[in-house]
Design a protein around this ligand. Structure first.
Ligand code: SF4
Ligand SMILES: [Zn+2]
Length: 324
C-alpha cells in the first residue's frame, strides 16, 4: 500500500531512446528542483576527453575538431561500473576508466565532398558506441546518409586521423557529460470547470472557448454538449482560458491552480529528454540513487557535527567552577 506522505512517481509516457514524462507526487519544490539538477549535472556518462590528432587537413582548426568530437554522445550504460580516471588504481589509462575510439577518414580524389560523421568513429568497446540517430531521420530520406552527427566536411584528398580517449565524467565538470537535452519541470495543474456556469453557455461559446487553449487541454463534445478536461498535464499556465471565459461573459467558468496533495505538498510533471547516452528512465533512476546517497551523507555529517558540539558543551560544563 502506498503511504500518502511518501513521494510517488507515476510514469505518464516513455520512449526510452527519446524521453520520459512522469508525475512526481507528494514532494516540495526544493526536492523536485534537486532531482532536476542531479539529472542534468550529476549522472555520470562517457565522453571523449583526450584527442591525439595525427593528421588533420580539413578546414576545421584542430581545437574546433577536438571540441566537436568531445560533444558527440556515446552510449554510456557501462559508465556506472567504470572508475573515474583520478580514482582508478591504474597508471593512467585502462579498460576500467577509459575507452579508446579512432577516427581515420580520407576523401577520395575523385569525390568532391564527403561528410565525416559520428558513424566513422570506431570504438574499442562494443558497449560504448556513438549514439545511433538513424531512427530519427524523417521518412523519405536515406538514414545512412542523414542519420549521423556531422563532425566536419572533407573535400578531395583531405583527411583526418586521430585516436580519442573517452572518460567518465559529470555535467558539473563540462557540458559534454550532461546526459539530458532538456529537463522540464512544472507544477501539476488542478483545472476545474464550473458546471453551473458551463450549463448556461450556448453551444457555440462552448466550442469557441474549448478551442482557445493553445495546448488543447479541453474538449467540447457536440453530442452531449459537455466540456471536458482531456489533457490537463499539458497545461502551461498561460491563463488564456480564464481570460477567454471573461471575454465571453462567463466569469468563473474555469479555475487553474497548482495541484496540492492532502498533506499540503505539491505534484510536479517532469519531461526528461535524453541525448541517447543513457535510456531516459535510467537517467531518472540514477538521479534518485545519487540524490539518496547525497542526502544520507549529509545526514551523517550533520549527526557528527551535532555530536561533536554536544561533546564540546559537555567538556565546557565539566571544566567550569561550580561556584562561579
Ligand atoms: S492556462 Fe492556458 S494551457 Fe492551461 S488550460 Fe488554460 S488555456 Fe490551456
Ligand atoms: Zn584505469
Amino acid at each position: 500500500m502506498i503511504d500518502d506522505c511518501q513521494p510517488v512517481v507515476e510514469i505518464l509516457e516513455l520512449e526510452p531512446n527519446e524521453y520520459i514524462k512522469f508525475n512526481l507526487r507528494n514532494t516540495n519544490i526544493t526536492m523536485a528542483n534537486t532531482l532536476r539538477r542531479v539529472m542534468q549535472v550529476e549522472v555520470p556518462i562517457l565522453a571523449i576527453d583526450l584527442v591525439n590528432l595525427e593528421k588533420n587537413s580539413s578546414v576545421l582548426p584542430d581545437e574546433m575538431l577536438c571540441q566537436r568530437l568531445g560533444l558527440i554522445p556515446l552510449t554510456s550504460t557501462v559508465a556506472k561500473e567504470m572508475n573515474n580516471v583520478m580514482d582508478c588504481p591504474c597508471d593512467g589509462a585502462c579498460s576500467e576508466c577509459t575507452v579508446e575510439l579512432t577516427l581515420n577518414v580520407r576523401c577520395p580524389p575523385d569525390v568532391n565532398r564527403m561528410l565525416v560523421t559520428n558513424k566513422d568513429l570506431k570504438s574499442s568497446n562494443p558497449d560504448v558506441q556513438p549514439v545511433d540517430f538513424t531512427s530519427f531521420v524523417p521518412s523519405g530520406l536515406d538514414p545512412d546518409k542523414y542519420g549521423g552527427v556531422v563532425i566536419c566536411k572533407l573535400t578531395k584528398g583531405q583527411e583526418i586521423s586521430c585516436r580519442c580517449i573517452a572518460r567518465r565524467g559529470i555535467g558539473k565538470e563540462h557540458a559534454k557529460w550532461i546526459p539530458t537535452c532538456t529537463v522540464a519541470m512544472a507544477y501539476m495543474p488542478d483545472i476545474r470547470i464550473n458546471q453551473e456556469v458551463a450549463d448556461q453557455m450556448p453551444s457555440e461559446h462552448k466550442h469557441e472557448w474549448a478551442e482557445c487553449c493553445p495546448k488543447k487541454v479541453f474538449k467540447y463534445e457536440p453530442k452531449t454538449t459537455l466540456l471536458e478536461i482531456e489533457r490537463a498535464d499539458d497545461c502551461i499556465y498561460c491563463g488564456e482560458c480564464v481570460m477567454k471565459a471573461e471575454d465571453i461573459g462567463c466569469d468563473g467558468l474555469v479555475s487553474v491552480k497548482f495541484k496540492r496533495s492532502r498533506n499540503g505538498t505539491h505534484n510536479f510533471v517532469f519531461t526528461v529528454e535524453t541525448t541517447g547516452a543513457l535510456p531516459a528512465e535510467e537517467i531518472v533512476l540514477r538521479a534518485f540513487e545519487i540524490t539518496r546517497s547525497k542526502l544520507k551523507m549529509m545526514k551523517k555529517k550533520l549527526t557528527e557535527v551535532a555530536q561533536s558540539e554536544d561533546e564540546e558543551m559537555h567538556d565546557d560544563s565539566e571544566g567550569q567552577d561550580p561556584l562561579m
